[in-house]
Ligand binder design. Structure first.
Ligand code: TNX
Length: 543
């Protein structure tokens, strides 16, 4: 009986390896033997540049298990060894890992690969049992990413999230081997990045009355002043924090639409400054704007108040871009471009004259002119623009990368024109959609259950073989109209983010819903260890 129990335990343990995203290749020796990590275990660093990986592991063990390991540069003793080993793969981040009697060896193609090996090791740590003797199974892994762009977005405009939470969010990306954080910093309901040259952007544009009028009243934050912004020092701190985790932060500054917070601060950026000045004065609320009585809009949606394509606006945007570029080393600068109503451009004499003067076809041509001009400026600083798929309207800017959100059509069209593409189609990767039909909180609408996200294939079958290379990867977006605190962010992203990580990292041949399903209990245990909220709706669906 006892022996049979042991064998069974061994067999079931072997199946309990639940690494997400699933590694490219993994073999387990036929043994239930385990290597034990305890407070005497050392982390040996062989080579330079491995400190970040060691400290991420140490911080994790400290936080979850309450002890720390000694880090030994050029160490040779048994324990955990981090080192380098050349591996030829398309994207950075490949690593090999062996766990055996003598310990754990992680060899990365570069420091990023070692860091990903450490993430895998973290997922081998037990979520139950002893917290002082951590048993990990013997295993051999060879792993590398499928896509070069593995992204998550966070809208901090509709609701503001402070630096501490942004860092936590970045840690979630790191734990899932994701490498791009798209920071949606400006929108109609708030401007969140300090721009030294235009202080009113955050003094006025960073704050609003929390009461939401219109759709779903009562889902806001009551009749109080809400908002906030990041100082430039805080932005630098976040960029560094992300870089230490091999994550690039892509900033987004919305133009020409979704610009009414900026216009509340500087009405001259609108086609009709007089109207704008009046419009952003709130009525009947406890917090009624700054000393001039101005505040940003108090409802969700898309607004006619967009940037006027004047020389004054371009000067303003170039100044903003200068400060943004100095803060963010990212090759990519996101300029938005989505949902720009043409109402004001249609009724503005200035815009109509500009259309004639520049020989443009119509307002869509004007949108293209706007984005092209900003692209030229941003390219002159050595950076590439990203835009939402509406930037295809009226002609794509020559070097732009397209984020395809209204389905995949925009992405397919852009790739056919030899433009780089990141897929973010609403049906699969909009994490503001509900993940259950029994939703117990208000969401924006849409239904995107876990399996839907898991089934997503970023390279469309409709794309000719020679154009597939333009699909750099995919990203999930988290718009926060109905997400006003960190706990709801976690609830909306987990477990879908874990599913997405497998879409982006694991070889297509390794992606299997049935195997992923088996890992869900372990994934949930891990969220528990992180102290994170998550949606258990997957089990509702099964019930
Ligand atoms: C569309 S997706 C938007 C956002 C909203 C979102 C709500 C995109 C480029 N624009 O401004 O928050 O829908 O799902």
């Amino acid at each position: 009986m006892f022996l049979a129990g042991m064998v069974l335990q061994g067999a079931s343990f072997a199946q309990q390896i639940s690494i997400v995203p699933e590694p490219a290749e993994m073999t387990m020796p036929k043994t239930a033997a385990k290597y034990v990590i305890n407070s005497n275990t050392k982390i040996n660093l062989v080579g330079s540049g491995l400190e970040e990986s060691a400290s991420f592991l140490n911080d994790y063990i400290q936080k979850v298990y309450g002890f720390k390991l000694a880090v030994v540069p050029n160490g040779k003793s048994a324990g955990i060894t981090l080192s380098y080993e050349k591996q030829e793969y398309r994207y950075p981040g490949a690593y090999r890992m062996q766990v055996g009697n003598k310990g754990v060896n992680i060899a990365g193609d570069n420091a990023n690969g070692v860091f990903y090996g450490v993430q895998t090791l973290i997922q081998l740590l037990p979520t139950e049992g002893s917290k002082t003797a951590l048993q990990i199974p013997h295993v051999n892994i060879k792993d590398y990413p499928r896509f070069g762009y593995r992204g998550m977005h966070l809208d901090v405009s509709r609701h503001f999230f402070d630096v501490n939470f942004v860092k936590k969010y970045i840690d979630y990306l790191a734990l899932h081997k994701m490498n791009y954080f798209h920071w949606h910093l400006t929108d109609d309901q708030g401007w969140r990045i300090e721009i030294k040259k235009y202080p009113k952007l955050t003094e006025v544009g960073g704050w609003r009355n929390g009461t939401i009028v219109g759709r779903y009243p009562g889902t806001g934050n009551d009749n109080i002043r809400v908002g906030g912004f990041y100082t430039q020092d805080e932005i630098r701190e976040v960029v560094k924090y992300a870089a230490d985790r091999y994550i690039t932060v892509v900033p987004e500054i919305e133009m020409p639409g979704h610009a009414s917070a900026a216009i509340a601060a500087y009405p001259e950026l609108s086609c009709f400054p007089g109207e704008a000045t009046k419009k952003y004065v709130p009525e009947n609320c406890a917090w009624a704007g700054d000393s001039t009585g101005k505040q940003v809009i108090q409802s969700w949606g898309v607004y006619d108040d967009v940037f006027v394509p004047s020389e004054n606006t371009f000067k303003f945007l170039e100044d903003v871009v200068d400060e943004v570029i100095a803060l963010f080393p990212s090759k990519y600068i996101h300029v938005g471009g989505d949902e720009c109503p043409k109402t004001n451009w249609k009724r503005s004499e200035f815009c109509q004259n500009l259309i004639k003067e520049k020989g443009l076809k119509d307002e869509h041509g004007l949108q293209s002119y706007f984005i092209n001009r900003m692209e030229k400026y941003i390219n002159s600083k050595g950076r590439t623009i990203i835009g939402w798929d509406e930037i295809l309207e009226g002609g794509l800017a020559p070097n732009a990368l397209v984020m395809s959100w209204r389905g995949e059509e925009g992405g397919i069209a852009a790739a056919k024109e030899n433009h780089e593409v990141i897929m973010t189609p609403g049906n699969f990767v909009y994490f503001d959609h509900s993940q259950t039909r029994n939703e117990d909180s208000v969401t924006i609408g849409g239904y995107t259950p876990l399996e839907e996200t898991y089934s997503y294939e970023p390279v469309p079958a409709a794309l000719p073989a020679d154009k597939q290379k333009y699909i750099l990867g995919a990203q999930a977006n988290l718009w926060t109209e109905y997400i006003k605190n960190p706990s709801k962010v976690e609830y909306m992203v987990f477990p879908r983010m874990s599913a997405l990580s497998e879409v982006l990292w694991s070889p297509a041949s390794k992606r299997n819903w049935k195997s992923f399903e088996k890992k869900i209990p372990a994934i949930f245990n891990r969220y528990g260890k992180w102290g994170s909220n998550y949606s258990k709706s997957y089990f509702d669906l099964k019930a």
